[in-house]
Design a binder for this molecule. Structure first.
Ligand code: ZN
Length: 345
């Protein structure tokens, strides 16, 4: 399978992170890339550098206000007396009822959902390359490849059209799906990350042409708290095109695979022309987030089940944090997927 990655994706190096109010080192570190690259290569992937696609694929999902904010906020932040080294919000609009502020501090609160996605000098550059990695993988599949892997870092599924959050800036899975829409009338996104893909859900919530399905730890006591419940089904033209499968904490392989079977039935009923897998590996039993208990061989079973849909597929990397098995978990998924994946016709 072809894989895509650009070295510029390493340059974003966030430091701060608040967990239950306590400052901790940010877990979305560049070192993740080395483990994921090793895992992809061990699965037989040939890694290529994506081209630069400009802002087009990003603007197809994100608002111009937000893109401009991400592009310039770090430089603007440096001009504030006594400000933090990284851009971190400290005020948020309640339900966005007010006006769009001109100030850097006000805009940081408007466009950043939480404190886990600090913006530093190279964040915009890395986020652009991550989005272009997703775009390149989607183009490879459009050009006839059965599947492609996008090593996206920073990740994307918590990013809404105009909001960063949860280590995410641009919604790479959404960008890949939108690209695939050029050749497929309907596209499905299947998110198997530990956390609900709230940004992806938000981007497509009112659209009937992109089905969003997410399997994740129950948000009742877990990030992202406000989204990810089973009764969120989409709105307007998108009603019935969002499907959430929250799982009890510490659920293991069998429970996950049962939910996956229900997700696959829903995707097959949508009859998409292409699939995006938002591949988080943080559902792993040894991941530092400790939310679910999927095993290393479990990821191969997940890959096999997804491959059996026989859809042209872009696999987009989402979460999965430093632990000894991070490489093996990616290899396991890609091997399980690639070993049984054949497209129709
Ligand atoms: Zn996650």
């Amino acid at each position: 399978m072809k894989a895509y990655f650009a070295d510029e994706q390493r340059r974003h190096d966030p430091r701060s992170f608040l967990s239950s109010g306590a400052p901790k080192p940010n877990p979305e570190v560049p070192a993740r890339v080395d483990r994921l690259l090793a895992g992809a290569i061990a699965a037989g992937c040939a890694v290529e550098r994506p081209g630069s696609y400009g802002l087009g694929p990003i603007a197809a999902i994100h608002t111009p206000e937000y893109v401009d904010f991400l592009q310039r906020i770090f430089e603007r932040w440096q001009r504030i007396d006594g400000a933090s080294a990284e851009v971190i919000p400290n005020i948020h609009p309640i339900a966005r009822g007010g006006s769009y502020p001109a100030s850097a501090v006000g805009q940081a609160g408007y466009h950043m959902a939480d404190t886990s996605c600090p913006i530093s000098e190279h964040t915009f550059e890395s986020a652009c390359w991550s989005a272009w990695t997703a775009t390149a993988a989607a183009e490879a599949v459009e050009a006839g490849a059965a599947s492609a892997y996008a090593l996206c870092r920073p990740p994307g599924h918590h990013a809404f059209a105009d909001v960063a959050g949860g280590f995410c800036f641009f919604n790479n899975s959404g960008i890949a799906a939108q690209r695939l829409r050029r050749s497929a009338e309907r596209v499905a996104i299947l998110d198997v990350d530990l956390h609900h893909g709230n940004g992806t859900q938000g981007v497509f919530y009112r659209r009937g042409d992109v089905l969003t399905v997410s399997i994740h730890a129950d948000p009742e006591r877990f990030y992202p708290f406000f989204w990810g419940y089973a009764d969120e089904r989409g709105e307007g033209a998108g009603l019935g095109c969002n499907f959430n499968l929250p799982l009890a904490r510490k659920s293991g392989d069998d429970v996950f695979l049962e939910a996956l079977a229900a997700a696959i039935r829903r995707i097959e009923a949508f009859a998409p022309g292409a699939l995006v897998v938002a591949l988080g590996l943080d559902a792993f039993e040894g991941d530092p987030f400790g939310g679910l208990s999927v095993s290393t061989p479990g990821f191969a079973r997940i890959g096999e089940a997804i491959a059996a849909m026989r859809l042209p597929t872009v696999v987009v990397q989402e979460g999965g944090y430093l632990c000894d098995e991070l490489s093996d978990n990616l290899t396991s998924f890609l091997t399980g997927f690639g070993g049984s994946h054949r497209t129709r016709g």
